[in-house]
Design a protein around this ligand. Structure first.
Ligand code: CP
Length: 358
C-alpha cells in the first residue's frame, strides 16, 4: 500500500502475530486527530474526554433532526462526501450515507467490487484520484490496519474518517455505543463515567473493542476483556497501559457486577488460524445468555455492534430482550455520523477561511 509497491501495506495483516501488528500501528501513530491542513477522525486512541463529549454533544443535537418529519438540514449544503469501502458493510455505509444526505451534502459510494481496485489500482492511487475531484470528506473502510491513517498522510484537502481498518479501530462505532449508553444511563440519573464494562468474545480481531476500550479508559471506566486465552491473551491488558483493563477467561467470573456487556462477533474472516475448537464448543462456554446475566449482572445492558451470530456469541433471547440496546445503537449510528461529518466538514471550511484571510 505504498506508492512504490502497489497493493502492499506498510502494516501487513498476514505473517506477524496480531500483537506485533497492533504495536506497528501504534508506532505509526502521530496523534489520531491530525491538525495539519485538515482534521481527520482516524481512531479514538489519543482523544481526550473533552474530544469525546464534543462528538457526543453534537450527536445529541442531531438525534432530534432524525426524529422530524422532514429529516434534513442545510448544514453541509455544497459539501461532497465520498464513501470508499473496500470491505462489506450494512450499518456503517448506510448510516454514513443517510447522515450525509440529512445534512444536505452530496454523497457518493465507491466500493472495491465496482471500482478500479478490481483492475489493480492501489489504495493510494484510488484516494488520490478521488481527492482530485475535491471531496470534503473521504470515509474509508479497509481490511488493513492503518489504512485510513496511511491515506490521510497523502491527502492535503480532504478529511478522512476511519470507518473501520482491519483489527485496529472503528471510531464512529465506539462513539455511537457511547451515545447509546449516555441515553440509557442519563435516564437513570447516571452518566457514562464510573461504569464497569465487559467485552465478551473475539477481542483479538475486534476494532470495535479497541476503539471502545480507548474511549472507556478516557472516561475512567473499568474494562474487562472476557474470552478464551486464544482470543483474549493475558498480554492484551498491557497494550492499553492501564490497570483499569483486566483479562478474564471465565465468562461467569467476568460478567459478575458489570453495568454493560458488549458481545463481540466471532470474526472468522479475520482468523488466519483456528482460535477455538469449533463454534459449538465456543458457544457452550462464551455465549451470553439471559440466565447468566440475570444471575451475575442483573441490571446490565447489552450492546452488540452487529452483524450478530445468534447462538454463537449472543443468545437470541438476549439480543431481543429487555436489556438489549442493539436497535438503539443502529438508530444512533446516523446521529453520530452526522456529528462527525459536521465537525470535520466545518473544520475544512474554517481552514479555507483562514487561508483566504491570509
Ligand atoms: N458495526 C458495523 O461496522 O457493521 P457493518 O459492518 O454492517 O458496517
Amino acid at each position: 500500500m505504498s506508492s512504490h509497491s502497489p497493493g502492499k501495506s506498510p502494516i501487513k495483516t498476514d505473517g506477524p502475530r496480531f500483537f506485533v501488528r497492533y504495536l506497528l500501528v501504534k508506532l505509526s501513530s502521530v496523534g489520531l486527530t491530525d491538525r495539519s491542513m485538515v482534521d481527520h477522525l482516524l481512531g479514538i486512541e489519543g482523544l481526550s474526554k473533552t474530544d469525546i463529549y464534543r462528538y457526543l454533544d453534537a450527536a445529541h443535537s442531531f438525534v432530534e433532526v432524525s426524529e422530524r418529519d422532514i429529516k434534513k438540514v442545510p448544514t453541509l449544503r455544497g459539501k461532497t462526501i465520498v464513501h470508499v469501502f473496500f470491505e462489506p458493510s450494512t450499518r456503517t455505509l448506510a448510516s454514513f450515507d443517510i447522515a450525509g444526505k440529512r445534512l444536505s451534502a452530496d454523497t457518493i459510494n465507491v466500493s472495491a467490487g465496482s471500482s478500479s481496485v478490481k483492475k489493480g489500482e492501489t489504495l493510494l492511487d484510488t484516494v488520490r484520484t478521488l481527492e482530485s475531484m475535491n471531496p470534503d470528506v473521504l470515509v474509508i473502510r479497509h481490511s488493513e490496519s492503518g489504512a485510513a491513517r496511511f491515506a490521510s498522510q497523502y491527502l492535503s484537502r480532504s478529511s478522512v474518517v476511519n470507518a473501520g481498518d482491519g483489527s485496529h479501530e472503528h471510531p464512529t462505532q465506539a462513539l455511537l455505543d457511547l451515545l447509546t449508553l449516555r441515553q440509557h444511563f442519563s435516564a437513570l440519573k447516571r452518566g457514562i463515567e464510573g461504569l464497569k464494562i465487559g467485552f465478551v468474545g473475539d477481542v483479538r480481531h475486534s476494532r470495535v473493542a479497541r476503539s471502545n476500550i480507548w474511549a472507556h479508559l478516557a472516561l475512567g471506566n473499568e474494562v474487562r476483556l472476557i474470552g478464551p486465552s486464544t482470543l483474549v491473551p493475558r498480554e492484551f491488558a498491557a497494550v492499553f497501559g492501564s490497570s483499569s483493563v483486566k483479562v478474564e477467561h471465565d465468562l461467569a467470573t467476568g460478567l459478575r457486577g458489570l453495568d454493560v456487556v458488549v458481545c463481540l462477533r466471532m470474526q472468522l474472516e479475520r482468523q488466519d488460524e483456528h482460535f477455538v475448537p469449533n463454534l459449538d464448543e465456543y458457544s457452550k462456554e462464551y455465549c451470553v445468555s439471559e440466565r447468566l446475566l440475570k444471575q451475575l449482572a442483573p441490571s446490565s445492558v447489552v450492546l452488540h455492534p452487529g452483524p450478530m451470530n445468534r447462538g454463537t456469541e449472543i443468545a437470541g433471547e438476549v439480543a431481543d430482550g429487555h436489556r438489549s440496546l442493539i436497535r438503539r445503537q443502529v438508530n444512533n449510528g446516523v446521529a453520530v455520523r452526522m456529528a462527525v461529518l459536521y465537525l470535520l466538514a466545518r473544520t475544512v471550511e474554517s481552514h479555507e477561511v483562514g487561508v483566504k484571510g491570509e
